[in-house]
Design a protein around this ligand. Structure first.
Ligand SMILES: Nc1ncnc2c1ncn2[C@@H]1O[C@H](COP(=O)(O)OP(=O)(O)OP(=O)(O)O)[C@@H](O)[C@H]1O
Ligand SMILES: [Mg+2]
Length: 326
């Protein structure tokens, strides 16, 4: 049995301006005890997929199941098994961290005594002991995300959904959360985490599904994904965009990015002299050349045709779309 299974999930939002196909066709499975990452840019359909799998949004078509339970037909049972830390939490900022944990535990049906015990355990677990009696509105971004994580754990869920748990955090706070997430996996919790950070997926995930535009475009362990590219990636840097464009026509299967041209080859060290000769024959001046093993960044570029880190234009687009439909 899989911890999570998505089979041809689809979500279409209806609005007066027409339909939005937020998730077109998403399938994957998550094994028990693993960290599975859904990696994709703004607007890819990550949150929509998570919301359907956590019973918070109706499925348009396809099927989702958690530990064999259907998310639509057995939604109540599903909710007992899962913990969720959503991307936009409307935390009640007037309460203290301790009050929030206690209240959440009471809502899950804990007795006063048990709720107090669970509150202390979780404050310790997510490192919020010192700040426990301060109002949440005084917490830093990192502390709030740790609080979100802690609150999703109150009822000891078997499967945990984290929607962009570290977005907007500085590298230090991000690392603290990564360590906590890894510790949860050691305790046997299955974790599904969405991210737009390649580094995060590489560091945490046992397996990754890359989604773009509502579709799965690649899936595998980080190493499998990188091996799909194979060999080495050679990067040439030119003085200007014109030169890199001319060079692109000379080098088969190369990808251009401003002044940079990248090409995946079997053996970088062997290929570089040949390629350099080809470029100098056309009087193209290369300012630097290097060969490296493929990264997830290269995988992403290959399967989507663009770089994730440079996806800021899309951010603007998806925010605009959202405000139109809200
Ligand atoms: N309630 C809604 N009504 C209409 N369109 C929506 C709604 N929710 C999401 N969308 C659209 O569906 C697409 C996918 O959105 P979604 O929030 O799932 O993306 P995401 O991958 O989580 O992005 P982000 O990284 O920005 O959180 C976007 O184009 C978005 O504008
Ligand atoms: Mg999202």
């Amino acid at each position: 049995m899989f911890a999570v299974e998505a089979k041809n999930l689809k979500k279409t939002f209806k609005s007066k301006d027409g339909d939005v196909e937020a998730v077109k066709d998403v399938s994957f499975h998550v094994n028990e005890g693993e960290i599975f990452s859904i990696l994709g840019p703004n607007g890819a359909g990550k949150s929509t997929t998570i919301l359907m799998l956590t019973t918070l949004l109706r499925v348009t078509s396809g099927k989702g199941s958690i530990l064999g339970l259907d998310v639509e037909k057995e939604d109540k049972k599903v909710r007992e098994k899962i913990g969720i830390a959503l991307q936009d939490t409307g935390l009640d900022n007037l309460l203290t961290g301790r009050e929030l944990f206690f209240t959440t535990a009471r809502l899950w049906g804990f007795t006063k005594q048990d709720a107090e015990t669970r509150t202390s355990e979780l404050l310790e677990l997510v490192g919020l002991n010192e700040a426990a009696d301060r109002r949440v509105k005084t917490y830093s971004g990192g502390m709030k995300r740790r609080l979100d994580l802690g609150l999703s754990l109150v009822h000891k869920p078997e499967v945990l959904f984290l929607d962009e748990p570290t977005t907007g955090l500085d590298p230090g706070s991000r690392r603290v959360l990564w360590d906590e997430i890894k510790r949860l996996r050691e305790d046997g919790v299955t974790i599904i985490l969405t991210t737009q950070y390649l580094e995060e997926a590489d560091e945490l995930a046992d397996r990754i599904s890359i989604i773009d535009n509502g579709l799965v475009v690649a899936e595998g362990t980080p190493d499998e994904l990188k091996a799909q590219i194979g060999g080495d990636v050679i990067t040439f840097i030119f003085n200007n965009y014109e030169d890199s464009k001319t060079a692109k026509d000379l080098i088969l299967n190369s990808e251009i990015e401003g002044n940079e041209l990248r090409v995946a080859v079997e053996n970088g060290a062997e290929k570089i002299p040949d390629l350099l000769r080809k470029l100098s024959e056309k009087n193209l001046e290369v300012t630097s050349v290097s060969a490296s093993k493929p990264s997830l960044d290269d995988v992403f570029l290959q399967v989507t045709g663009y770089r994730l880190e440079g996806a800021s234009d899309q951010e603007v687009d998806s925010e605009k779309e959202l405000s139109e439909y809200e």
